[in-house]
Design a protein around this ligand. Structure first.
Ligand SMILES: [Zn+2]
Length: 451
């Protein structure tokens, strides 16, 4: 799913951090605005026949290819993102508090009640108002984060009008999916009472599966044009790698992300029959074949190791805990402040801002957990990609491109808390370690090129 819809959907489906986790396999894996340069310049492979290959020196040589000013800029961009996690959380808390404190939420509920007597429809009408109001209240943050900041760091190509258009499409999707989900959830609350949260979690998981399933076919094309990759010089080796790894693909998809961004990216999206591997046009235009192969090997790793399903499983566990927490929090808060806010019980749809507040708190605290689940799967995909593509230098070059927007060399605690993908240093170290073990004379059982 596109980066623009995801945050929005996540918020509006009342799930914040949980969806990015699930779709981590479907998000951009590599990004850059820089042209890829030939690996020869910094590749220490020239000396390998005489001296043992020094992995750390090779990694340092790769990292040193990025000029200091560029490093400083991408560090600043990424570290700014740490604060944005906090400010986004604060913005949501303030928006929700305003809706409760000034009874905007109950006013929206009353309006919905006047419009129809049919309860599910009342919930839907309230949901639309809520989603629109939430979008308006957090719009300044969204403009800064999604538009101005991206341009400030040279990562975006979009005009403001084009950006707004994408936001509008994202809002429309959120309204439709959000209203349906909330009708189901409030229906469960009213029917089941105290035990609603168990079935609520089940409904939420089923709904997420549905959204992920339809995304490649019905959602992603609303933001980008998807075409089949035609160039046989690129298509043939990618499909060969797919066949070699048991992936029954006959097509690779290309999408025109250059409309939005200068980043290079590829992803695996969908589930079951809709699963597909896509790469963006930036990747196609800026990368060499070994770099493309390294990236596609990584994506195939997500596919072969069933990361979409494992992500769903992790999401399910977190969702059950999250729903239990929200149920508890709603009851505690309503006992205390329910009268003041004009909300009597959790079956009242006007309670939604409080639920969103609690979920965003849960998601905020869970940041290191969800990042670690994602990062672990990304590292697995890296290992798979190295073995599948046998392109450690191509991989290292792509990892450097990520350094355009992801800090290359963080501390270990920083990486643990904030990174949903491994850092550049971690990934390049893995690539150079793979390379060292596959050089002629290495103690490895047999290099793939020398069977
Ligand atoms: Zn990945």
């Amino acid at each position: 799913m596109s980066r623009t819809v995801l945050p929005m959907l996540a918020v509006l489906l009342v799930i914040f951090v949980l969806v990015p986790l699930l779709t981590s396999a479907a998000t951009a894996d590599a990004a850059t605005m820089a042209q890829s340069t030939a690996p020869v310049a910094a590749s220490p492979s020239a000396g390998v026949s005489i001296a043992p290959f020094d992995v750390k020196a090779a990694v340092d040589a790769y990292l040193a290819k990025v000029p200091p000013d560029q490093r400083a800029r991408s560090d600043a961009y990424f570290e700014g993102g740490y604060w944005l996690i906090l400010w986004d959380f604060v913005a949501t808390v303030v928006a929700m508090w305003l809706m409760l404190r000034f009874r905007w939420s109950t006013a929206m509920r009353d309006l919905a009640d006047r419009m129809t007597r049919f309860r599910p429809l009342q919930t839907a009408i309230y949901s639309v108002q809520f989603i629109v109001l939430y979008t308006l209240l957090t719009f300044p943050m969204a403009v800064y984060e999604g538009y101005f900041r991206e341009h400030q760091y040279g990562l975006s190509n979009q005009t403001f009008v084009a950006w707004l258009r994408d936001q509008a499409v994202g809002l429309a999707i959120s309204i439709v999916l959000g209203a349906v989900l909330l009708m189901v959830l409030f229906g469960l609350v009213r029917r089941l009472g105290k035990s609603w949260w168990v079935w609520g979690a089940v409904a939420f998981i089923a709904f997420t599966v549905f959204a992920v399933l339809i995304a490649p076919v019905y959602i992603s094309p609303l933001f980008n044009k998807y075409t089949k990759l035609e160039d046989p010089k690129i298509k043939a080796p990618i499909l060969s790698m797919a066949r070699a790894n048991g992936i029954p693909a006959t097509d690779v998809y290309v999408f025109d992300e250059s409309r939005q961004s200068k980043r290079v990216s590829a992803n695996v999206s969908g589930l079951a029959g809709t699963t597909r591997i896509s790469l963006n046009d930036n990747l196609l235009n800026r990368c060499t074949l070994p770099e493309i192969e390294a990236t596609m090997g990584h994506e195939m790793g997500h596919y072969v190791m069933n990361h979409q399903y494992k992500g769903l499983l992790a999401l399910s566990v977190l969702a059950v805990i999250g729903f239990a927490f929200v149920n508890w929090g709603l009851n505690v808060c309503l006992r205390r402040w329910g009268g003041k806010w004009g909300i009597s019980d959790i079956g009242d749809v006007a309670v939604l801002p409080l639920a969103v507040l609690l979920i965003s708190f849960y998601g905020f605290l869970l940041t290191p957990v969800t990042n670690t689940i994602s990062r672990t799967m990304e590292y697995e995909a890296d290992m798979f990609g190295l073995n599948a593509s046998q392109q450690p230098d191509g991989g290292a070059e792509v990892d450097l491109m990520l350094g355009e927007y992801r800090k290359l060399d963080p501390g270990p605690i920083e990486e643990f808390i904030f990174y949903d993908h491994p850092s550049g240093r971690t990934r390049i170290t893995a690539a150079m370690r793979w390379k060292a073990e596959h050089l002629p004379g290495a103690a490895a059982p047999s290099g793939p090129t020398q069977p």
